[in-house]
Design a protein around this ligand. Structure first.
Ligand code: FES
Length: 342
């Protein structure tokens, strides 16, 4: 039998896992259900935590069925909470290993790995005079941290969710409305259909004058970018793109059906659908895949595409292999057979 000698830090980890100098970890101290499929996790970060700005996200590493998996979540707590704890609010997505684990099975006392907070979806130093938040689904999470951080004078929010009971933080939002700190329009997409930005003039007549933070599915953000550009106010729009977690296989039209993926360096070949990120496909197959934010921001997962084609899960765009072509595996799925250099 081969044993690994334990280092002094291993013993210290047992008694004081959140100490300064240890790998950055956090301890889940409470789990509060928010909606039927979302929960807020209250985490006490270790001594090395450097804090965050409202709107940033954090990567957390969780052990699920014996494997460490990393995902990024927006921080929903305001910076500098007096008790030093942070919160993330997680929505369980169908088939999402980590999100379902965190929402339904995470227990107080559990340790998670943490990275430092990052991201530039934040408010500027100088408070903007008029703000619009445009959010859908769990896109509300980074904005919630902003709302909880500083009171702005003139804030309007449009938030989309299938039904009223799916609106995360609904009670708190309505409290802000009652206090006169927020004007809120909820769009319930099951009844009203998707938000058509042509309605913006009617909902928020002065939208073009507002500094806007938008977070939600790619379709909404693409439409917003187009509209803001057409009005010459693109620089007032700040967007944060989440990796789509609920794309249905075959959804993307051409090539949406996936294909056989070869990881040529490792010599593994597996079948992949057209909706699962190649990063997940590789990890599932036991291939060592580099990664970072897992949501298309950090480029930590970039890998050469040797053959075949992949589809960008955010835009539907197809990229075909050619010498020098690199893909972000966290936001790309197989669009037919392909060969990834891993
Ligand atoms: S892991 Fe960050 S861009 Fe893919």
């Amino acid at each position: 039998m081969v044993t690994t000698p334990l280092l002094p830090s291993d013993y210290l980890d047992l008694v004081s896992p959140l100490r300064a100098g240890a790998d950055l970890r956090g301890r889940i101290e409470a789990v509060h259900p928010e909606t039927g499929d979302a929960a807020t996790l209250v985490i006490r970060p270790g001594r090395g935590w450097r804090g965050h700005a409202a709107g940033q996200y954090v990567r957390i590493g969780v052990d699920v069925d014996g494997r460490r998996l990393w995902r990024s979540y927006s921080l929903t707590s305001p910076p500098h909470r007096r008790d030093g704890r942070i919160t993330i609010t997680v929505k369980a997505i169908p088939g999402g290993k980590v999100s379902n684990h965190l929402v339904r099975r995470a227990k107080p006392g559990t340790l998670v790995q943490l990275d430092q907070a990052t991201g530039d979806f934040v408010l500027p130093q100088t408070k903007p005079a008029k703000v619009l938040y445009l959010t859908a689904g769990s896109g509300i999470t980074p904005v919630m941290s902003m709302l909880r951080d500083i009171a702005l004078d003139d804030v309007v929010m449009i938030h989309c969710a299938p039904q009223p009971q799916d609106v995360i933080f609904r009670k708190e939002l309505h409290g802000l409305v009652a206090d006169g700190r927020l004007r809120l329009t909820e769009v319930h997409t099951d009844a009203d259909g998707r938000l058509d930005l042509a309605r913006l003039d009617e909902l928020v007549p002065d939208w073009a004058e507002r500094e806007t933070w938008a977070c939600g599915p790619a379709g909404l953000l693409d439409a917003a970018e187009e509209l803001w550009s057409a009005h010459g106010v693109r620089e007032r729009l700040h967007t944060e793109r989440f990796r789509p977690g609920t794309v249905v296989a075959g959804d993307g039209g051409d090539g949406g059906g996936g294909g056989e993926v070869t990881f040529s360096t490792t010599g593994k070949t597996v079948d992949a659908d057209g909706a699962t990120p190649l990063l997940d496909v590789g990890e599932e197959a036991g291939v060592l895949m580099p990664s970072g934010c897992r949501m298309g921001i950090c480029f930590g997962c970039v890998t050469p595409l040797r053959e075949g084609a992949v589809r960008d899960l955010r835009t539907g765009e197809i990229t075909e292999a050619a010498p020098g072509v690199l893909i972000q595996t966290c936001v790309s799925a197989a669009a037919g057979p392909c060969d990834i250099e891993r």
